[in-house]
Design a protein. Structure first.
Length: 429
């Protein structure tokens, strides 16, 4: 039922009102916070979640459209359900279950699955209320975590493409910080572009930033837990460069030197942690693992090279509006991103995906037939670290695909290894 980030699937087939009602019923405690992204199906699904929780006797606080980190902020001392399929297409939807500002772990997921199979819980019906003030409170939390004086002095011009739930917070946050903001795709009615913030889906934003002379641009995913940065020349920063930049910024400002990232962490990320006297903790892919590890290791910051950033002083799910405010701070302190990015070594990186009927089976078979010459880590697919690069073959947590990620110091080596591994994966699909 659960993937790497909650329950997700096609609306009407995998994700139904019946399922939402039952999850709301078994997961709610004394109270339950409920929020959703823009998807049309989110309307009925969030009502179903609320109905299930109310029937179980819980009080429901409906936030309406809000990003996942805002829902996590609301549920910092309680439980919440976010109705979203994150960056997946509009026909998808899903539920992210949050407790104490963090997505729930495997143990609690197991408990939910066990309860799910029992009859519905009925008790005195709880109270239902709306509360969107928590969006303002989350914004205030963020404002307290950056250097406002520095930002007010520089007043950068930013193009914000929220295309989803973050439209209720990011443009206002930037404006309150003193930035000049131009908001595009900020409708709360529907998505205006595919939800995943990547170079193809953000092609228009690259043009707008370049043509309007903005200092930079930002793009979010559907539930506002991812962000990408476009430099003033209209070029998107690679995810691992963004992450390396953020890690360096955080390490420079704190005596806590513990950083968390995942098996997808590139050489640039490992190098920047080392160079700044940090210590890196590596987890399987998924913000749940990163959030857990931050708490367990009392770490400063954790991030994944997909635009997800978790700050120890904030909520323990990726907080993209906060990350945007931090990038504004970086810009105001260090200048143009087109210049700053040159500081971070860009190796040759390839990311491929393969449709797979039995994704876990494929990964197992590839693992067995790999000719391994290097350090191996296999708690999430298989990652091989070699002298001049690394590769990772893993099953996606949210889609029926096997992912291949690799990074090498030379293009020749990357292409050679890619050819070999691709053949091996295709043999076992
Ligand atoms: Mg997301």
């Amino acid at each position: 039922m659960f993937g790497t980030s909650g329950i997700r699937g096609i609306y009407g087939k995998d994700i139904t009102e019946e399922l939402a009602l039952k999850i709301g019923n078994v997961f709610s405690k004394d109270n339950l916070f409920v929020a959703r992204d823009l998807r049309q199906s989110g309307v009925t699904l969030s009502i179903a979640v609320s109905a299930g929780a109310l029937a179980a006797g819980s009080d429901v606080i409906d936030i309406g459209i809000a990003p996942t980190p805002t829902l996590a902020y609301a549920a910092r001392a309680g439980r919440g359900i976010m109705v979203t399929a994150s960056h997946n297409p509009p026909e998808y939807n899903g539920l992210k279950l949050v407790e104490n500002a963090k997505e729930i772990g495997k143990k609690l997921e197991q408990e939910v699955i066990e309860e799910y199979n029992k009859p519905i819980i009925r008790s005195d019906i709880g109270d239902f209320s709306h509360n969107s003030e928590v969006i303002e409170e989350h914004k205030q939390m963020i404002l307290g975590m950056v250097d406002r004086k520095l930002i007010e002095k520089k007043k950068p011009k930013i193009i914000a493409d929220c295309n989803g739930a973050a439209a209720v917070i990011t443009p206002y946050l930037l404006s309150e910080l003193g930035c000049k903001v131009v908001s595009v795709n900020s409708s709360l009615e529907c998505f205006n572009r595919p939800s995943e913030p990547n170079e193809t889906n953000l092609a228009h934003l690259l043009d707008i930033v370049r043509e309007t002379g903005a200092d930079f641009g930002i793009g979010h995913d559907g539930d506002g837990d991812r962000c990408v940065i476009i430099d003033e020349k209209g070029s998107m920063l690679p995810f691992d460069v963004q992450l390396a930049m953020m890690i360096e910024h955080e390490l420079e400002r704190s005596s806590n030197k513990r950083i968390v990232s995942t098996v997808e962490a590139s050489l640039a990320i490992r190098e920047v942690v080392e160079k700044n006297g940090g210590k890196i903790e590596i987890t399987p892919v998924g913000s749940t693992y990163v959030g857990d590890s931050i708490e367990k290791n009392n770490a400063l910051f954790g991030g994944e090279p997909c635009g997800e950033y978790i700050y120890s002083g904030g909520v323990h799910v990726p907080d993209a509006p906060l990350a945007v405010a931090k990038f504004v701070e970086i810009f105001c302190e260090k200048g143009k991103f087109s210049e700053l990015r040159k500081k971070y070594k860009e190796n040759f990186i390839a990311r491929e995906k393969f449709q797979a009927k039995e994704k876990h089976n494929t990964v197992e078979k590839v693992k067995k037939s790999l000719n391994i010459d290097g350090k191996v880590r296999d708690d999430d697919g298989v990652r091989i670290d070699e002298a001049d690069g690394w590769l990772l073959v893993r099953a996606s947590g949210t889609e029926p695909v096997v992912r291949l990620t690799m990074e090498y110091k030379t293009k020749e080596k990357l292409e050679k290894r890619k050819g070999e591994i691709k053949t091996l994966i295709e043999m076992h699909l």
